[in-house]
Write a protein that binds this ligand. Sequence first.
Ligand SMILES: [Zn+2]
Ligand SMILES: [Zn+2]
Length: 157
Amino acid sequence: MTKEKEKIDIKTKVRTLFDNFLFLKHCRKTSERYAILDLVYSNKEHFDIEWLYKEMEKQSFRVSRSTIYNTMQLLVECHLAQKHQFGKSISVYEHTYGNDLHHHLICNSCKKVMEYKDPGLIQFIANNGMKRFTPTHYSLNIYGICSACSRKNKKKI
Ligand SMILES: [Zn+2]
Ligand SMILES: [Zn+2]
């Protein structure tokens, strides 16, 4: 399967999942909600409400930030998106379907969030044999200084 086809495939799948969820929750199926879902699945990075608001504006959708926020809550509820709060910064989101398990590296200085994939670490946690407990998901956030910020700091000295 080509990468492009795979992407279209995922978008169709998540649309169906969201469709069923809205039906079960007796929520209205608005074109805005589907446009938000589409944007969420077009973005490979972590994003905030403000990013979605600007992108929706670019597509000439007139939606309030609270509509976007509420839609994101629905997406989190039906496990199509994950919400993160890194340190004291604002909440960021990322899509979950088709997204590999990863950890996060967060820069204390510029607040940039990077994905960190370590199969060995994931394997270690999976094989750790937690007694009388079945983990469903977890998140590991590592805080520190990114290379760009540490270069900047060096220049100052
Ligand atoms: Zn940084
Ligand atoms: Zn992530």
